[in-house]
Design a protein around this ligand. Structure first.
Ligand code: GAL
Length: 732
């Protein structure tokens, strides 16, 4: 049977022992020189084979290494792999000697122009390191290379599964034996068992007439498992793949999931984190998917601009978050050799990820690159040859680009690019025909908007936050209002570190609706408030509630992002209530238009004037006339409580856990302008990524820790303003 051993521990890197995932150079939060990691690095690990490895296939599986990797065993080169986002295998069989062997991994973090995405300028960083998991794989000499599972005619009553199993037979042994396929439901109950004789290295079969199969859906993401067992005279190999039954189709009339229309409301995600770059493992990847699904409450994420961790994708499968996955690149297309590598990247991406039900579209263009007929014919052909079940998209930003893909995927930054709009005033999105240049409709989706058109920091003032919110609302409203548009994916979910040529001069693009620690900015509630209240009530007034924060004074007009039917205002302890309803006039297409509060909603001057008392307020949200939620804002907030929230309180070894600290006032609101420094004291088997003395930014701070051994991790937070706070994480 196959053994896949965790190989993340005990690597030697620059004279110290490190564990993976690993970032070669820890960067400061901002204002750094990204050239520091653009050089060679070496990782080494000792391997001592034991007798159970005899007559087996032994390989090291690298989930991803950035970049241009060469792997040596006892100084003999075993494999090289240039792409920093795809997995590869170093086959050690026949090369291992008895006793100590030295595995050496040489990487080159420089932006080598012959490798995608490099050669031009890119608006993100490609942090050097062995930044994803590594496994040692021990199998029989004939093993399963990959399994492709398709579910044709999924909307029929009786369902079927089409399977391709490819074997890897490096020693070219004459093939014989049996392949046994077991289909299991979510509970592990076997639904069918099939057996096939092995005569070739590709075995294709179909399991049909399956009854009572549940579809995979965003609200009910039911997963099935196919266990494949290969029995040959030389041993047994086994591999399991999860998949789902679902159909996903972009049409001229929008997007359909399982035959039902679904408007896509998405965000783009970079896979980077402060200090540690790409190098956070499973639990942090899981958490990001959960933040997108449960906090931001979008229904799709675009993995801009490269294939992301399989942990992230696994979690998207489990929780029902759709994915648009794309190949690595940014605006630049290199020479023929570079293009060949990019076509290989299409293959690597699809062969790694074709069984994820969450993935509904392959991005096979270099993000925002110019047209290139021959190259993009080839990327599309490759995608279609490998996967006949999914459509392709090709993200562009200029209009009238050549439409080779199945879905016209357009970054529409018109809201902000006034010079392009020909004095038409403020327009949130262009019509698809204006963007495609075609005289007929095609499957169409907006894949980016806002971003660099209106960068907004968490710490920015209330007026700017309002405008940020408004822009996201207006684009979503336009997308919801156009039945021919499959939907819109905002730029972007999280702020990210970037090259000097982008961002705010401090190596950060503040384009997220959340900051780099995934703390929400006001605009994040634009997305969550569009979701049904049964999944969680949202009521977020876009204000710090102060007399003198805005120009002139006061908080009006005040946008309230909510999925309640209406709100009531109550000032101080007055009996008087003011009911205010959503703005159905300006945001008629949104599932939940915002409530925009202005002077017309209040008789007289309930707020008083400059020099008079500023009131407390309670804003209550009602659903079906019942009180659903209340938010209080206090006129004289003082620092009252320091909240520490770890994402997980019980973990296993090697878990990367985010911890969020928030400074709160008497009624639990974040104190956005409190710039206190806090010190993190960590005890127990763990490390912190980044410094342990950090400022609150917009009232919060965040960091990630990694559990290194069994025991109790104690995190205490020390500051001048608040009493010491502590929290524990148990490592089991
Ligand atoms: C787009 C690009 C993104 C990001 C964004 C900022 O043009 O595709 O990667 O740079 O602009 O708004």
């Amino acid at each position: 049977m196959r053994k896949l051993l965790n190989f993340n521990k005990n690597w030697i890197f620059e004279n110290s022992e490190v564990c993976l995932p690993h970032n070669a150079i820890e960067l400061p939060f901002n204002y750094f020189d990204e050239k520091t990691y653009q050089r060679e690095f070496i990782y080494e690990k000792i391997i001592i084979p034991n007798s159970t490895w005899d007559n087996k296939e032994i390989s090291v599986v690298f989930e991803a290494v950035m970049a241009n990797t060469q792997v040596f065993l006892n100084n003999k080169k075993i494999v090289s792999h240039t792409d920093g986002y795809s997995p590869f295998i170093a086959r050690l069989t026949d090369e291992l000697k008895k006793g100590e062997n030295i595995l050496k991994v040489k990487i080159d973090g420089s932006e080598n122009p012959s490798i995608p995405p490099f050669g031009g300028r890119i608006d993100y960083l490609t942090y050097a390191g062995i930044y994803r998991d590594v496994h040692l794989r021990i199998t029989s000499p004939i093993l399963i290379q990959n399994i492709k599972i398709e579910t044709p005619n999924v909307l029929n009553e009786k369902k079927s599964v089409k399977v391709n199993v490819n074997l890897f037979n490096p020693k070219k042994i004459t093939l014989s034996g049996l392949l046994i396929a077991k289909l299991k439901d979510t509970e592990g109950k076997i639904l069918s068992t099939s057996k096939f004789k092995i005569t070739r290295d590709e075995i294709c079969f179909e399991i049909d007439k399956l009854e009572n199969i549940k579809l995979w859906d965003i609200d009910n993401p039911v997963l099935y498992t196919l266990d494949i067992r290969v029995e040959t005279p030389y041993g047994i190999d086994n591999l399991s793949e999860r998949f789902g039954f679902r159909s996903a189709e972009f049409t001229k009339e929008g997007f359909f999931l399982n035959g039902n229309p679904l408007k896509i409301r998405g965000l783009n995600r970079h896979q980077s984190f402060p200090y540690v770059g790409y190098a956070l493992g499973k639990s942090a990847q899981y958490k990001d998917a959960e933040i997108l699904k449960y906090d931001l409450r979008v229904n799709l994420v675009r993995t801009s601009h490269y294939p992301q961790s399989k942990h992230f994708l696994n979690r998207c499968d489990e929780i029902g978050l759709l994915v648009f996955e794309e190949i690595a690149g940014w605006q630049h297309i290199g020479d023929k050799e570079w293009q060949n590598k990019s076509i290989e990247n299409v293959q690597n991406m699809i062969e790694r990820d074709w069984n994820h039900p969450s993935i509904i579209l392959w991005g096979v263009r270099i993000n925002e690159s110019p047209d290139n007929h021959e190259f993009y014919l080839r990327t599309n052909q490759m995608a279609h040859r490998l996967d006949g079940t999914r459509q392709t998209g090709g993200v562009r930003k200029f209009i009238e680009g050549e439409f080779i893909e199945d879905v016209f995927t357009m970054n529409d930054f018109i809201l902000g690019e006034e010079e392009l709009n020909g004095n038409r005033g403020r327009i949130p999105l262009r019509s698809q025909r204006e963007c495609t240049g075609l005289s007929y409709d095609v499957p169409y989706m907006v894949t980016e908007f806002n971003g660099h058109m209106f960068p907004t920091k968490s710490i920015d003032n209330e007026l700017r936050q309002n405008e940020h919110v408004l822009r996201h609302l207006q684009v979503l409203n336009a997308a919801y209002g156009d039945s021919k548009n499959a939907g819109a994916i905002g730029w972007c979910a999280f702020d990210y570190n970037t090259h000097k040529d982008f961002g705010s001069g401090d190596r950060i693009c503040y384009h997220g609706v959340m900051d780099m620690f995934r703390e929400p900015k006001f605009a994040s509630y634009v997305y969550s408030s569009q979701d049904h209240a049964k999944n969680g009530i949202v009521l977020e007034p876009v204000t710090v509630w102060a007399r003198g924060e805005r120009n002139i004074q006061g908080v009006l007009p005040l946008i309230i992002l909510t999925n309640c039917d209406y709100v009531e205002f109550q000032f101080n302890d007055s009996e008087e209530r003011f009911s205010i309803y959503p703005d159905f006039k300006n945001f008629s297409n949104l599932p939940h238009p915002p409530i925009i509060v202005d002077t017309e909603h209040f008789p007289g001057n309930v707020f008083g004037t400059w020099g008079t008392d500023w009131p407390n307020v309670t804003i209550s949200g009602f659903i079906n006339r019942k009180l659903a939620i209340s938010r209080r804002f206090i006129a004289d907030p003082v620092p009252t409580n320091l909240e520490i929230i770890p994402d997980l309180e019980e973990v296993s070894i090697g878990a990367d856990v985010r911890v969020i600290i928030r400074a709160l006032d008497q009624v639990g609101n974040k104190m956005r302008y409190l710039n206190e420094t806090i010190t993190v004291n960590l005890s127990g088997p763990s490390i912190i990524f980044g410094p342990n003395s950090i400022p609150l930014r917009a009232g919060s701070a965040g960091f990630w820790i990694r559990s290194l051994g069994i025991g109790k991790i104690k995190i205490s937070i020390i500051s001048n303003l608040f009493a010491q706070k502590e929290v524990s994480i148990i490592v089991k």
